[in-house]
Design a protein around this ligand. Structure first.
Ligand SMILES: [Zn+2]
Length: 202
């Protein structure tokens, strides 16, 4: 059928992930998503399925009674259907949330000069969560050690929270040209979610 999957957008036309053809069709079929046509118009399942298939189009599925094009891009109908955990909890995303800025002294630094700090140390039951992990420069990290900010006489410049934004999703490898209008080229490698280093939680 097809090698690449189907790009999934949220209702704000932002790419969120790539799904399988089967999943894309089931979303379309139940009305949870609409297919996006070449002119960016939106189709529900019936209107999409009744489109004439272009002669040379090889991205099709065949049912008993008809041939249906496989959309390159679909849009979810309900924003709420997107899990809130769209922003993966990762080292990269903590740095991004905190603007590569130490959350104690405020210094902005290259990522190689930054660490992650558990505000409440793990040894005190501090959890590895958005609310308890901040970007921290190496000197502050050493100074704070396994103490609470209060014990170390240090203050957070901002209370850490789960970010509300959705990172720009950028799949890897050769991409269908039909996806390109929807993929931001801004900082593409920066946001390459495939390369995000997962935050270890020993
Ligand atoms: Zn610092």
């Amino acid at each position: 059928m097809t090698d690449s999957g189907v790009l999934v957008l949220n209702r704000h036309w932002q790419p969120i992930h790539v799904t399988s053809v089967r999943r894309a069709f089931s979303l379309l079929y139940v009305g949870a998503a609409r297919a996006i046509g070449p002119d960016y118009s939106l189709f529900d399942f019936d209107s999409w399925a009744s489109l004439a298939v272009v002669e040379h189009e090889r991205r099709v599925i065949r049912t008993v009674s008809r041939v249906i094009q496989i959309p390159y891009v679909i849009m979810l109908q309900l924003y709420d259907r997107i899990p809130r955990a769209q922003v993966r909890f990762s080292r990269l995303h903590i740095y991004a949330r905190d603007g590569n800025r130490c959350q104690y002294c405020g210094v902005q630094a290259d990522r190689s000069q930054l660490n992650l700090d558990h505000v409440i140390p793990r040894s005190r039951g501090g959890r590895t969560t958005w609310e308890n992990v901040v970007c921290c420069c190496v000197p502050c990290n050493l100074r704070k050690a396994a103490r609470t900010p209060q014990e170390a006489g240090m203050r957070l410049i901002r209370q850490p929270v789960r970010p509300r934004w959705t990172p720009v999703f950028r799949p890897r490898g050769a991409l269908p040209e039909q996806w390109l209008p929807f993929l931001s080229t801004t900082s593409a490698s920066y946001w390459d979610t495939e390369q995000v280093e997962e935050l270890e939680d020993p």
